[in-house]
Write a protein that binds this ligand. Structure first.
Ligand code: GRF
Length: 201
């Protein structure tokens, strides 16, 4: 049976789209059962709906505090009984309730070569620092900001005339196939974690 994925987004959802496209092949071994967001009206939600996934929105502002939001998000995601939860451009840090439920199977793709340039401006920070290689990191989310155990990384060159937009786009072109490849391998073959070392067969 296909593994159940819940994907969390905050924006365009091009990584989500890559997963949706991969899941169209039964041999891939996964299906996106739901797409969730922390805000309404984002293209990622529309992409999910077009592909037949359920969609939901859990807004921080609708709750008295962050813990209540975290509990509500956890409850909502749990309803779909996911095998993996994937943050693909989801611009919120989840809290203890979410990690208690999905820790160890909550993945994030980040547009920098961690541990360099965590946070929401990876490509901008990489350009400002002057690095010559940038890239994307897929990791298991822990309680820190982009600190979890690394599953996979892919590097791309930084070119002399890059802007934040051109570098971000080059990173995304490498990031999407990496995400698709590793999610597929993980659902089909499993994975092991030893300390900080993640091994995917
Ligand atoms: C990705 O590059 C991700 O690493 C970063 O935001 C981007 C999201 O892109 N956090 P998209 O919404 O999947 O197109």
């Amino acid at each position: 049976m296909a593994a159940r994925l819940v994907v969390l987004v905050s924006g365009a959802g091009s990584n989500l789209q890559a997963l949706l496209d991969a899941c169209a092949d039964p041999g891939y071994g996964a299906t996106v059962v739901a797409v969730g967001a922390d805000r309404p009206d984002v293209e990622g939600l529309a992409r999910g709906a077009r592909a037949g996934a359920e969609t939901f929105v859990v807004r921080v502002g609708d709750f008295p505090d962050r813990a209540a939001w975290d509990a509500a998000l956890t409850e909502q995601v749990a309803k779909y009984e996911p095998d993996l939860v994937i943050s693909a451009g989801f611009l919120k840090l989840v809290g203890p309730a979410f990690l208690a439920a999905f820790g160890g199977r909550y993945l994030n793709t980040h547009n920098a070569l961690l541990p360099a340039f965590p946070g929401i401006h990876g490509p901008r920070d990489a350009l400002a620092y002057g690095v010559k290689l940038a890239g994307a990191t897929l990791f298991l989310v822990d309680e820190g900001v982009d600190t979890g155990a690394i599953i996979a990384q892919v590097a791309v060159p930084v070119l002399d005339d890059d802007t934040e937009d051109t570098l971000s786009e080059r990173i995304k072109q490498a990031e999407r196939p990496q995400l698709v490849e590793y999610v597929g391998r993980m659902v089909r073959e499993g994975w092991t974690v030893t300390g900080r070392k993640v091994t995917v067969p």
